[in-house]
Ligand binder design. Structure first.
Ligand SMILES: NC(=O)c1ccc[n+]([C@@H]2O[C@H](COP(=O)([O-])OP(=O)(O)OC[C@H]3O[C@@H](n4cnc5c(N)ncnc54)[C@H](OP(=O)(O)O)[C@@H]3O)[C@@H](O)[C@H]2O)c1
Length: 314
């Protein structure tokens, strides 16, 4: 089978297709013929060597976490699935495995039946960012009509889910996005939209109870100036040292810094599937064919798209 891999850290240019045997399934695994996989910023952070503490430096490395496809084979202890089922899921070790391949073997606990009303591309867009959005919402705690929430970087994959989940709650949501994303941010439930290319949210007088930075460019230190005295800063892009320091610092400061780590599981996927039934939309900005995988990664990395970028296999 074909898989995308790289043998040194670098730009999308280091990506190449390699031929390797179809994965062998363990008793608890399903073999899925991948129809689509989505691109996450984590893919290029690992590929650029920014996360070697977790990813290690052994090559070749594979890439990609979320996928959707068709079950081709089942391990002996797997129940609840059969060959031909349309599914979506994640690879188990996102630092060392890759969903960007023609086949993946994954534990059945990390695969879910794809709702018939959504495409493979849409399904492959859900697990990592959808789960992260649910976790973010849960960390926000009680939201009342007075709660002011700032979503900085609101119209990528994570923001798309978070804005729509927040729409089910009272509270005032300000979305920071480029002009291109304003319309979607409003459609997904933002009460106010700030164009970051025209206005600096840090320079405005408005303060918030919750700030979540999905751009990775604000940081807790900067955010403090727009946080109310007992406000919460949610950080899905922590530096390794922040994971430790934020925990201890939170004992001594009213302005809390909380790290978010997505870990897709049945619990979160059930909530996402329920939200999909109730109208949650998955926006796929662009779908690339497998042969154009490099262009897909370059396009995603440039930014300026709404929702997700997906690659389809044959
Ligand atoms: N910890 C976890 O488990 C976890 C899980 C999922 C994602 N993440 C991280 O969360 C972040 C968001 O994920 P994503 O998939 O939504 O990424 P994404 O699709 O790349 O979205 C990033 C968003 O930030 C916006 N942006 C860029 N520069 C900005 C600026 N200066 N000010 C405000 N907004 C700006 C982008 O808008 P334009 O493209 O229009 O510039 C885009 O809407 C990523 O860093 C990702 O790695 C972490």
């Amino acid at each position: 089978m074909k898989a995308i891999a790289y043998k040194k850290f670098g730009t999308a240019d280091v990506l190449e297709t390699i031929e390797q045997p179809k994965p062998f399934i363990q008793p608890d695994q399903v073999l899925v013929r991948v129809k689509a996989f989505s691109i996450n910023p984590l893919d290029w952070k690992i590929r650029k060597g920014e996360m070697t503490l977790m990813s290690g430096s052994k090559f070749p490395k594979h890439t990609g976490t979320d996928f959707a496809g068709i079950v081709e084979d089942l391990g002996a202890s797997v129940s609840g699935f059969q060959s031909g089922d349309e599914v979506f899921g994640v690879v188990k070790n996102l630092m060392k495995e890759g969903a960007s391949a023609e086949y993946v073997a994954v534990p059945a606990s990390l695969v879910w039946k794809k709702p018939s009303g959504i495409s493979f591309a849409e399904a492959a867009s859900i697990p990592v960012v959808g789960t992260a959005a649910i976790i973010a919402l849960q960390k926000m705690g009680t939201i009342n009509s007075q709660t002011r929430i700032l979503v900085n970087g609101a119209t990528g994959g994570f923001g798309m889910f978070l804005l729509q989940l927040l729409k089910q709650h009272v509270g005032h949501v300000t979305a920071v996005t480029s002009a291109k994303g304003a319309e979607h941010a409003k459609k997904w439930g933002a009460n106010t939209v700030i164009d970051y290319t025209k206005e600096n949210v840090l320079a405005k007088q408005t303060t918030y109870d919750i700030v979540i930075d999905l751009s990775g460019k604000m940081g807790y230190k900067n955010a403090r100036q727009i946080m109310r005295s007992k406000a919460l800063f949610l950080n899905p892009t922590p530096k390794p040292v922040e994971m430790l320091t934020s925990f201890f610092r939170n004992f001594f400061t009213g302005k809390k810094h909380v790290v978010i780590l997505s870990s897709p599981s049945n619990k979160y996927t059930d909530l996402l599937l329920h939200a999909l039934k109730n109208g949650l939309q998955v926006q796929v900005s662009k779908v690339f064919p497998f042969a154009q995988f490099k262009e897909a990664y370059q396009y995603a990395e440039r930014g300026g798209y709404i929702g997700k970028v997906v690659v389809e296999t044959n």
